[in-house]
Design a protein around this ligand. Structure first.
Ligand SMILES: [Zn+2]
Length: 59
């Protein structure tokens, strides 16, 4: 079917209505970026623990 991409308003030909291929790639990249931010936030406290452990060993 032919329709207008709801995101970038380009004419698209696809089997189902939705964002065009480039918009889907952009949305996927955005979703991955958000997931990466969450993983980094979870990982940061562990990074802070390591220097303290090394400092205690130093004393
Ligand atoms: Zn688009």
């Amino acid at each position: 079917m032919d329709f207008i991409c709801p995101r970038c308003e380009m004419s698209v030909t696809a089997e189902f209505y939705g964002p065009c291929e480039s918009c889907r790639a952009a949305l996927r990249a955005k979703f991955v970026a958000v997931r990466t931010d969450v993983e980094v936030a979870d990982y940061e406290p562990k990074m802070n623990v390591t220097p303290n452990g090394v400092a205690l060993k130093g004393d």
